[in-house]
Write a new protein. Structure first.
Lengths: 146, 146
């Protein structure tokens, strides 16, 4: 495994409240104004790209990304899920998993574009504990489903 | 399989020059000023979300996304790869696979943010045929590597 990088914010801190983790990766809840249904799935070791992982590591990480998507869909019923692995500023492999709503600040634009409105959409209030449980259940369903 | 939707631009047209395809999905080359190393991987059937696919379909699609990433990395040697499945405007499952360069119009911002510069980075000239071949080779390596 690559060594933690003292200058990397995803090597030195969790990056948010941890919803689920194993020895390889973690799901964290992101604090982003206007976007309460926003998680990140972070690979624990400091690697930059999906193709820096081997195929089984990639499947392990994507399984968690899709379980997080399923958990957000189940409890938020969003208009759309946005998935992105960018990392131009923090080149430590992490996925944004964002539930989007028709009235959110940027919809239908990506959240990185200029905002279209300042007021926030009405977004369901889902507890951290509910999300935690939903990720566990989605992972179990995925294991049963294939 | 879901029926093609007459109003959906990814149901009614390829969306760009096809680099690779099978019965389920295709890789197309995107024409985007300033971003010559930009592909999309499109699921052929009209579904919106990754979790609308079953687990084996998801793996099939992601294998092609990562082969496309590997092909772009091999020939363009970018600063970073950006992967994104958004679809807020065209809710037909497709992945953006974008090679990013330190001097490109938005770097290190996402390409959907406001541009930081108008001039273009010096980006290697790679032929369509070279990319086609690189995707085939990356798929073959993935099959051999796991």
């Amino acid at each position: 495994m690559n060594r933690p990088l003292p200058s990397c914010e995803l090597c030195t801190a969790a990056g948010g409240e941890i919803l689920w983790q194993d020895g390889l990766c973690r799901v964290i809840q992101v604090v982003e104004p206007g976007y309460p249904a926003f998680c990140r799935v972070v690979w624990n070791a400091h690697v930059a790209e999906m193709t820096d992982l081997d195929a089984s590591e990639r499947r392990h990480l994507m399984r968690l990304v899709f379980a997080t998507e399923a958990a957000l869909r189940r409890h938020y019923r969003p208009a759309k899920i946005n998935l992105a692995s960018l990392g131009n500023v923090v080149p430590h492999l992490h996925w944004h998993v964002i539930a989007r709503f028709a009235g959110d600040r940027h919809f239908p634009r990506p959240i990185w574009a200029e905002a279209l409105r300042q007021e926030d959409a009405v977004i369901p209030d889902v507890t951290t504990e509910t999300l935690r449980q939903a990720i566990i259940e989605a992972l179990a369903e995925e294991d049963g489903g294939t």
